[in-house]
Design a protein around this ligand. Structure first.
Ligand code: JHZ
Length: 417
């Protein structure tokens, strides 16, 4: 048994969705809180848990065995602000426009609720059109930013109680949305019950998250960290929500976050099921997402990726090259702690988020510095931890290339580009 770390009581031996016994197919080892950027005086209190994914052979849900308590991850010092990417701002604007043009079209005084609304990056588009909306966001600091921009925000975790409270105050919702949030919530059943309580009979639930098919295809194992308790597929989403009277009625692939899927669900029988749903379910079976052997291959691919990244950085260090990280992402916490790459191999990580700057990365304690430190003295190599924002970043980093700088990537494989 590879589990050598104390549990905090939130680990499971049964699938969180269907109670089937599950067992981790690999371990990424000792892991800190992915967004737990810290100062040296906090080192003694740093929390670690074992990051180990498991696959449920019954309902197909990929999940981590142990997840730290939600309050350890989402609080008044939450470090991730959605608005840090300009492309993501455009993505959510388009998503909001699509919802307004389709589901909300012709409805009088519709009401939109978003779970995990962060700094209001999505809801501000509804607010700007005077549409009734409410964000439900447990991290007070990001919620405050949303409010300051005119986005109505309730600081709370979402479940049946919160849903009933919202309904009593605002009435039922036409649309409930969530982007990069649903896969964070261990009590998916509780969310489904909340949705049941809040949604109109002709309403829809729309959410998107990093997609398991992409994670497997690209060995993007860094999508697995404390906040991501689940990595969804159409198979697992369909099964999980069918238990709560919701049909999966549409699926739309997204390029965001390294490959995501947008799922639309509706009360049973209330809407036709798009042909894309059957097509994706068949594709997932062809890709083997429903088979345990697929995850054994994934583990082997992770081990190769780890070996190659450590070898590359070790070689560059031997050659006296300067290597700096680009984007102190949540994902990088898994990469750094799994590979054991620390400040000896990476001088610092550049990040535009003020709350992360001047701190050290969780676990491996690499300094995080403002973007200006990157441009002031370009390194020989920049390791692209924010690889999901590659298009946006490449567009603005011509000068780094022109100065002879090179990019190190590790998804879909380790290399220099
Ligand atoms: P980014 C977070 O994951 C956490 P992360 C969360 N669990 C989740 O699911 C996704 O978001 C949605 C910086 N940056 O988006 C900003 C630059 O410095 O990959 C961010 O700190 N320069 C909720 O943390 C980080 O990189 C830039 O030009 O993995 C990107 O983080 C850009 C574009 C970003 O999410």
């Amino acid at each position: 048994d590879s589990f050598q770390f104390p549990r905090d009581g939130r680990s499971v031996t049964q699938c969180r969705i269907c109670d089937t016994p599950i067992k981790a197919f690999m371990t990424f080892g000792r892991m800190p809180i992915a967004n737990g950027f810290l100062t040296p005086d906090q080192f003694p209190q740093e929390h670690f848990f074992e990051l180990a994914p498991a696959f449920c052979p019954e309902c197909g849900m990929l999940q981590i065995v142990e997840q730290p308590a939600p309050e350890m991850m989402f609080h008044e010092n939450y470090a991730f602000f959605s608005g840090t990417s300009r492309y993501m701002q455009m993505h959510f604007q388009r998503m909001a426009e699509q919802v307004m043009a389709t589901i909300l079209a012709g409805r009088s005084d519709p009401f939109v609720v978003e779970l995990g609304s962060n700094d209001g990056i999505m809801l501000r588009n509804f607010a700007a059109k005077g549409i009734r909306h409410l964000g439900c966001e447990p991290s007070e600091n990001v919620a405050a930013v949303a409010r300051s921009q005119g986005v109505n925000t309730l600081c709370a975790f979402f479940g049946r109680d919160t849903a009933l409270k919202i309904r009593a105050e605002h009435g039922p919702a036409d649309v409930i949305q969530a982007a990069n949030v649903m896969c964070h919530i261990p009590d998916l059943q509780g969310v489904a019950k909340g949705v049941e309580a809040l949604l109109k009979p002709d309403g829809v639930l729309i959410f998107e998250d990093p997609y398991l098919g992409d994670v497997i295809e690209k060995t993007s194992y860094d999508q697995i960290y404390d906040e991501h308790v689940f990595v969804f597929s159409a198979i697992s989403v369909k099964n999980a929500f069918a238990r709560h009277g919701l049909d999966l009625v549409n699926v739309e692939p997204q390029v965001t976050h390294g490959g995501s899927m947008r799922y639309t669900l509706a009360p049973k029988g209330s809407r036709p099921v798009a042909s894309a749903v059957e097509a994706l379910l068949a594709k997932e079976v062809a890709q083997g997402l429903d088979k345990a052997a697929t995850y054994d291959r994934f583990r082997a691919n992770c081990e190769t990726s780890k070996r190659e990244l450590v070898a590359l950085l070790t070689r560059l260090k031997g050659e006296g090259k300067r290597v700096v990280g680009y984007g102190a992402t949540s994902k990088s916490t898994t990469v750094l702690n799994y590979t054991g790459i620390g400040p000896d191999l990476i001088e610092f990580i550049s990040d535009t988020t003020p709350i992360k700057q001047g701190k050290l990365t969780p676990g491996m304690h690499i300094p995080v510095k403002p973007y200006g430190d990157f441009t002031a003295r370009y390194p020989d190599y920049a390791l692209l931890f924010a690889w999901n924002h590659k298009a946006e970043i490449m567009e603005k980093e011509d000068a780094f290339k022109a100065a002879g700088g090179q990019w190190i990537v590790y998804v879909p494989s380790v290399g220099v580009v």
